[in-house]
Design a protein around this ligand. Structure first.
Ligand SMILES: Cc1ncc(COP(=O)(O)O)c(C=O)c1O
Length: 371
């Protein structure tokens, strides 16, 4: 089976991990955490990085750092991975949804203004599948309404908006380093920011909010969201090769585009003129003219040895939200269309030319059969 994504760990990962084990620095103290935080933040074009245990905890930490709580509203896209919404719910705040843009699949900024109320504290755009959001209108609206922009850049390491990297486009950026991400630490995440006060508060909260003067005295509700030195060692080795990983994904996307653009009824990812898409996952969306519906297509591809994944199920369609009495009767047609008809193809940076050609060939075969 051609996998959707596998990590590439053939750089200095093993040497750095061995160093952790040989020197006994295996928990969250140790040189790799600091080096990874500093170097990843610098890669994003910001000054502070606070490593966490996952992208989910990075998002929660960012919102907790901003003191988001009951009575506050956080605006996020209807089309995203549920971790984005969970982070808001952990804080007891109200998630407010915006439909997706049909081309980029990101939060549609033209639908944002109508969602802003006096309670809006944070706008939380997500750079879906590696394409950055159109940030200027989002930032303008946030500024006008004294809201903070927190980016969910879990899928967008290295993506750029008007020449600036994801993670530097709002007041806080949040990343995931799960095994399928552009760089990985196995499990892990990071909050990045240019604001020293926010960075200091995030750093304290992720470490149980120990009082710096008197240990075991706690004036805030903290968390243990500490990344281990071993994870950071892997992350640092990955970061050394991030340019290669992004270049590989961009090259795969260009080749997929060439091979798939003629398939009728199939929508492919875009790259807006102001964007540098890192194509974390190469998504495709079936339409009325496609020969088979999405789920059948996934089955036919699996029969041909090609692994795929369905797109996210939109937030308002999740049973957990229904159980919590959220979004009742709300409709987000673009997110719903993506959730029902989207899938992504093998996209890892280690994907070979033959695997890509076999994937595209399988799609052509299915389209030819459906003629
Ligand atoms: C958009 C988005 N946000 C948040 C997360 C959560 O990251 P993690 O799995 O590291 O908790 C993911 C993970 O896949 C994601 O895709």
């Amino acid at each position: 089976m051609i996998p959707v994504c596998t990590p590439s760990l053939s750089g200095k990962e093993l040497a750095y991990v061995k160093d952790c084990l040989e020197t006994n620095w295996i928990s969250s103290q140790g040189k790799y955490v600091k080096a990874f935080e500093e170097q990843f933040a610098a890669y994003c074009g910001v000054t502070h990085g606070v490593a966490t245990t996952s992208g989910t905890t990075a998002l929660h930490l960012a919102l907790a750092t901003l003191k988001i709580g009951p009575g506050d509203e956080v605006i996020l896209p209807a089309f995203t991975m549920m971790a984005t919404a969970f982070a808001v719910l952990y804080c007891g705040a109200r998630p407010v949804l915006v439909d997706a843009d049909p081309e980029t699949w990101n939060m549609d900024p033209s639908l944002l203004a109508e969602k802003i109320t006096g309670k809006t504290r944070v706008i939380l755009p997500v750079h879906i599948y590696g394409h950055p959001c159109d940030m200027d209108p989002i930032r303008e609206l946030a500024e006008d309404h004294h809201a903070v922009v927190v980016e969910d850049a879990a899928e967008a390491h290295g993506a750029e908006y008007r020449g600036k990297r994801a993670g530097s486009l709002g007041q806080i950026g949040c990343f995931s380093f799960y095994a399928n991400k552009i760089i990985t630490t196995g499990e892990g995440g990071m909050v990045v920011t240019d604001d020293p006060a926010l960075a200091a508060r995030a750093r304290a909260l992720k470490d149980l909010a120990f009082d710096p003067e008197k240990r075991f005295l706690h004036t805030d509700l903290g968390f243990n969201y500490r990344m281990t030195n071993i994870q950071a060692a892997i992350g640092l080795a990955q970061l050394e090769r991030i340019g290669t990983f992004v270049a590989a994904r961009r090259a795969h996307a260009a080749r997929y585009h060439e091979l798939l653009q003629d398939l009728r009824g199939l929508r492919l990812p875009v790259e807006k003129p102001w964007a540098r898409n890192v194509y974390w996952m190469y998504g495709i969306v079936t339409g009325k003219e496609s020969p088979v519906p999405r789920d059948r297509l996934m089955g036919l591809l699996a029969d041909r040895g090609v692994e795929t994944r369905a797109f996210f199920i939109p937030v308002h369609r999740q049973p957990v939200c229904r159980k919590m009495g959220l979004f009742s009767g709300e409709r987000y047609p673009v997110a719903e269309d993506l959730g029902e008809n989207g899938l992504y193809l093998p996209s890892g940076s280690g994907l070979t030319g033959e695997e890509l050609a076999q994937t595209a060939g399988s799609l052509h075969e299915i389209w030819d059969l459906g003629r």
